[in-house]
Design a protein around this ligand. Structure first.
Ligand SMILES: Cc1ncc(COP(=O)(O)O)c(C=O)c1O
Length: 381
């Protein structure tokens, strides 16, 4: 790997924070028991770590410990929330409402359910990537089981009005699921204040380990499990618990919530510096999603997504030869298709367009952004 490469892909994943690693370490080497082994100290120590982590996470998002189910990450949490709610619903006709810029973990899950006879409404978003409350309210019918709208988007950083959506869902008696993957640790998030029934979380976007996440499930919200086996997690998600991962998830959320304001201001400053530089040297630039200079409250503080046209795109890619950024989102770029998120905000791509997503992180340095800006200036002026 190129050690000199500057990492600016923190919406795809983040490096592990040392504080998170230090919290996890004992659960690999010393306290390696199975949390389900209740006959010895190894198991009991592991179980205590899991339950302490559950309490920590619940307290940080305003829920109760028994409302946290550990999963392998947000993809699994999204699947469990949506399919689980549909399977548990006693309605004869079932309907889901979601929006066009959701992560594929939501959209593909809805598509599979649609093939099984569930009605799915996919709402459009405006050019800032925000869904309208009116469209959600209009779409709700007697058959609606749940509304699934993400807190913040992974490609263009758009922020949805989740408290208003939650209130609306409560008024109409339908479940509200939010994929909180990109919002947690970057935006204030509280399941009570936002009337959230189901929330998907993952550790690796907030300087925690990959392969661990959680689903928040409000006590009175009924979902069916997808994975059957030893009855772990109150029967909601069988499988031996990933104890170091769970400890890491709790620590990652704790650190991110504690440093939320500081991280947000720091990353936004660097993001804005990069944007100013791009605007100065790239005449064909289009900002995808809300312009952070005008509507910072509609965009994640650490995210920037731009499209350039013609030669400028190639020139910029050349200037950024030592920068790790994303062509759109990591998940979408694997398919090589035009991003569904960009299409939804009216950016249809095209042969002469180049789209770049930058995700600034807690560990991005000012010197790195200065050096990127110098390269852009040298190449483009
Ligand atoms: C909004 C969103 N949802 C879900 C996921 C999937 O998360 P995980 O990698 O934990 O399965 C991601 C990450 O790519 C994401 O950004």
């Amino acid at each position: 790997m190129q050690q000199s490469t500057i990492y600016l892909d923190n919406n795809a994943t983040t490096p592990l924070d040392e504080r998170v690693f230090n919290a996890m370490k004992p659960y690999f080497f010393e306290c390696y028991g199975n949390a389900a082994s209740n006959t010895h100290v190894f198991g009991m120590t592991a179980k205590k770590a899991v339950e302490d982590s559950r309490k920590t996470i619940a307290a940080l998002i305003g829920g109760k410990p028994e409302e946290i189910i550990f999963t392998s990450g947000a993809t699994e949490s999204d699947n469990l929330a949506i399919t689980g709610a549909i399977e548990a619903s006693t309605k004869t006709k079932k309907h889901i409402i979601t929006c066009a810029i959701e992560h594929k973990a939501v959209l593909d899950t809805c598509a599979v359910l649609e093939k099984k006879g569930v009605e799915v409404t996919i709402l459009p978003v405006n050019t800032d990537g925000v869904v309208s409350l009116e469209s959600i309210e209009k779409a709700i019918t007697d058959n609606t089981v749940l509304v699934s709208i993400m807190h913040a988007n992974n490609e263009i950083g758009s922020i949805q009005p989740i408290s208003d959506i939650g209130k609306l869902c409560k008024k109409h008696g339908v479940y509200f699921h939010t994929d909180a993957t990109q919002g947690i640790g970057k935006l204030p998030f509280n399941v009570e204040e936002s009337y959230v029934d189901l929330a998907s979380l993952t550790a690796h976007k907030i300087y925690g380990p990959k392969g661990i996440g959680a689903l928040y499930v409000r006590n009175d919200c009924k979902i069916s499990p997808l994975i059957h086996g030893g009855g772990h997690e109150s029967g909601m998600r069988s499988g031996t618990l990933n104890v170091p991962g769970i400890v890491g998830l709790a620590k990652a959320i704790e650190v991110s919530v504690e440093s939320l304001q500081e991280d947000a201001e720091y990353t936004a400053d660097l993001r804005n510096q990069l944007l100013e530089c791009l605007l100065k040297y790239c005449s064909t630039i289009r900002i995808n999603g809300a312009d952070p200079r005008i509507n910072p409250h509609l965009r994640l503080p650490n995210n920037l997504n731009v499209t350039l046209y013609g030669d400028e795109g190639e020139l910029l890619s050349g200037a950024l030869w030592n920068v790790a950024y994303s062509a759109s989102s990591a998940c979408t770029s694997a398919t090589g298709k035009q991003s569904h998120v960009l299409s939804a905000i009216g950016n249809m791509g095209g042969k002469d367009s180049t789209t770049l997503r930058f995700g600034i992180g807690r560990f991005t340095t000012k010197a790195e952004i200065n050096s990127i800006c110098d390269s852009i200036r040298d190449m483009m002026s």
